[in-house]
Design a binder for this molecule. Structure first.
Ligand code: ADP
Ligand code: MG
Length: 361
């Protein structure tokens, strides 16, 4: 297992990039802590696979260095990096049995036969294919083949890191949950450094200790699920994580007060933003409905009952705002305003979060 350091890393697929826009991966400095499980989360095209392939050595960065435990591997081939990578689509040897597919990485490293036999049995069980170990991979479903790919990725215990690039895409929904749970327990058991790429927030939040959120070639926040929920560092994080995502209001800010849609709102802390486009972000969980004329004027557009709670869609100055109400809360037809719980308020300047006065950085 290893700590992985990204030092001044950037990548462009163009031979002579002319501007920042030409970079699929903008400059990045980061340490992936040894033994942690990370999820790399972001929309399609934001640079997740580019970053993963640079770490594994399938791609050489146009700028910067990669270190494994302080050893520079920037130009080392994949085979020398001692990592396992699982891709979105299955990579299996069709003419081999499931057992031989799983054993392949161990045989390659000269592991002894009895160890291989027991380890393959263990992994076969983990991926739910114990009964099919002696079948040829040819003719198996895409689903089953992908389970073999996952198993092969997990079979070695001595890797520097395990990298997964949207590995559950072709797996059926029930098995997805099962395999994700298996990956998590594998992490607890062996403590591998794991990097798991996904565009699915549920997958990211349930799998990882730390979620790395990417947007447009940039890492915009690295944090625990709780940090991403409570203190989104960028409006994109607020919007992308959460269901529904964070509401963002255009605002003027004066100390501990904001003006939103012509109404004064107490922010609960003082802010001194240095200018730029100012906004206040509030997650639906922290919005309360009023019907006595207090708060920011709002009217109910519709109520969606999603089981555990209700999502109330409101109109605030012509824009849709979402609030969450309890399953048993009646949503008054007299609703005419909203107020914000100060502990759920974040302030943004040009989409980046502004720390409150006195807040620890
Ligand atoms: P993700 O995995 O987050 O969907 P990628 O890392 O695959 O994103 O892609 C990031 C950007 O780089 C995208 O704009 C994509 O079109 C571009 N890109 C990816 N691979 C190549 C390539 N081989 N050649 C040129 N552009 C590429
Ligand atoms: Mg990708």
């Amino acid at each position: 297992m290893a700590k992985i350091t990204l030092d001044n890393l950037a990548h462009s697929y163009f031979p002579t990039p002319k501007s920042e826009d030409d970079f699929a991966l903008k400059e990045l400095n980061h340490d992936w802590v040894d033994g942690e499980a990370y999820a790399l989360l972001g929309a399609s095209g934001c640079g997740k696979s580019t970053l993963l392939n640079i770490i594994s050595g399938l791609l050489h960065p146009s700028q910067g260095r990669i270190l494994f435990d302080d050893q520079d591997v920037t130009h080392a081939p994949t085979a020398e990096r001692n990592i396992a990578q699982v891709f979105q689509f299955p990579v299996v040897y069709d003419t081999m049995t499931v057992r031989d597919n799983l054993a392949f990485p161990l045989r390659n490293r000269g592991a002894d036969a009895s160890y291989i036999a027991s380890r393959v049995q263990q992994i076969g069980k983990m991926i739910g294919m114990e009964a099919e170990l002696d079948r040829k991979a040819r003719g198996l479903t895409a689903d089953a083949k992908q389970k073999i790919s996952l198993g092969r990725g997990m079979v070695r215990e001595d890797v520097n890191a395990l990298l997964f690039d949207e590995p559950l895409t072709v797996i059926d929904p029930h098995m997805k949950w099962e395999l994700r749970t298996q990956l998590k327990s594998l992490h607890h058991e062996f403590g591998h450094t794991m990097i798991y790429v996904t565009h699915d927030q549920t997958e990211a939040l349930t799998f990882a200790d730390k979620v790395v959120v990417m947007y447009d070639g940039r890492v915009v926040q690295i944090g625990t699920p709780q940090e991403l929920f409570e203190r989104p560092a960028h409006t994109f994080v607020g919007y992308f994580i959460g269901s529904p995502g964070m509401n963002v209001f255009d605002a003027q800010i004066d100390g501990a007060t904001a003006q939103i849609a012509g109404t004064e709102v107490a922010l609960g802390a003082g802010y001194t933003p240095k200018g730029g486009k100012l906004q206040v972000g509030v997650r639906p969980e922290f919005i309360r409905l009023t019907s006595d004329g207090t708060g920011v004027p709002a009217s109910v557009r519709r109520v969606e009952d999603v089981g555990r709670h209700k999502i109330v869609r409101l109109d605030v100055a012509g824009r849709e705002v979402s609030a969450i109400a309890g399953e048993d809360d009646a949503v008054s037809t007299d609703t005419n305003g909203i107020t914000f719980d100060p502990k759920g308020i974040n302030v943004y300047a040009d989409d980046w979060r502004v720390a409150a006065e006195g807040e620890a950085a």
